[in-house]
Design a protein around this ligand. Structure first.
Ligand code: PBG
Length: 324
């Protein structure tokens, strides 16, 4: 059918028509809220590079988790700010370290919210890399044991799901085996399977104090130019036991989200990362853009591309908006 019989504008003419034929909807069910845990009590310190985000001591992590739950957000993902760093990332897997304590506190006070943990070493190593360093090289196989130990310690503290973000080869299998041996075969793994080496992580590295002290992450995170490689990475992680496959960042990689959704049959998560968040907040502070509307539009684009789950620093704000 062609114009004048066909008129695209007929069904755009009013809000009810638009509502009725809308193809994609964001739901609070889709959202995961990242939170940064730090030592101390009553700490709520603004993160300069991420306006509206805070370093929170465990009491305030619990408070924010409660707010997330009250807004209908199903899950939080916890990151830790280390009290002490060393070459072997000891504070990543110590039972009394920050993430472990934050997990336990939330599970005690807000048991109904799902607690996911980011599993990585970069915030806890003195060199800031995601694995063990040997003569300037990030040693893949030597890192696996420590990464699996970190995941296990999170689960022992009460985490409902673990999310390895280190990009070492074989870590999903190693974590799966370790959890299974310790009677945690019921705990799912959300793998940062398709994680690109991205400039969009900049603000986060200030938040987590996790910037590499030499070199960069290009020997383990993916080359932004590659798309077939995303399929290989996702396929390997699925074979090793991943339950959810994540693409990260989201906005420059919508084609990757779309492609994975077509080619694999696991739920797809997308991480709307710190840089994507902060540029919109900065534009808002300059008075140049309507960040609230931009955030809704970008989350919609991530969902439309095929993501089932979205990790976003706007999760609580967006959930409140959706509830209005
Ligand atoms: C840890 C990790 C990073 C992010 C999540 N987990 C940083 C990195 O890989 O450098 C980035 C999150 C964000 O930018 O919002 N490896």
């Amino acid at each position: 059918m062609l114009f004048p019989d066909a008129r695209g504008r007929r069904l755009r003419a009013n809000a009810n028509f638009r509502r009725m034929i809308r193809e994609t909807k964001i739901s609070v069910d889709d959202l995961i809220m990242p939170l940064f845990a730090i030592d101390g009590t009553s700490v709520k310190k603004p993160i300069a590079s991420m306006p509206g985000q805070f370093h929170l001591s465990c009491d305030n992590i619990v408070k924010t988790a409660q707010e997330a739950k009250d807004a209908g957000v199903p899950a939080i993902i916890l990151f830790g700010v280390a009290d002490k760093k060393d070459p072997l990332a000891t504070r990543a897997y110590a039972s009394d370290a920050i993430v472990q304590r934050a997990v336990a506190a939330v599970k005690e006070k807000v048991p109904d919210i799902t607690v996911i943990t980011d599993v990585c070493l970069c915030a806890y190593t003195d060199h800031g890399h995601c694995g063990v360093v040997d003569k300037g090289i990030i040693d893949n196989d030597a890192s696996l044991d420590l990464i699996a130990k970190t995941a296990l310690s999170h689960v022992q503290a009460g985490a409902d799901m673990v999310a390895p973000s280190d990009m070492m080869d074989g870590r999903v299998g190693e974590i799966r085996q370790t959890l299974d041996e310790e009677n945690f075969s019921h705990i799912p793994i959300m793998s940062y399977a398709v994680k690109y080496s991205s400039a969009f992580y900049g603000p986060f590295r200030e938040a987590a104090d996790s910037a590499p002290q030499f070199g960069d992450r290009k020997t383990y995170q993916m080359d932004p130019a590659n798309s077939l490689e995303a399929i290989r990475e996702a396929t390997m992680d699925i074979e090793e036991g991943a339950d959810i496959i994540m693409v990260k960042p989201a906005l420059s990689y919508l084609d990757i989200i779309y492609r994975l959704k077509e080619e694999i049959d696991l739920p797809i998560a997308a991480y709307n990362v710190s840089g994507e968040y902060s540029i919109m907040k900065a534009g808002e502070m300059m008075g140049w853009v309507d960040a609230k509307a931009m955030i809704m539009e970008t989350l919609l684009s991530i969902k439309r591309a095929g993501a089932d789950i979205i990790l976003t620093y706007s999760a609580i704000d967006v959930a409140r908006e959706l509830n209005r």
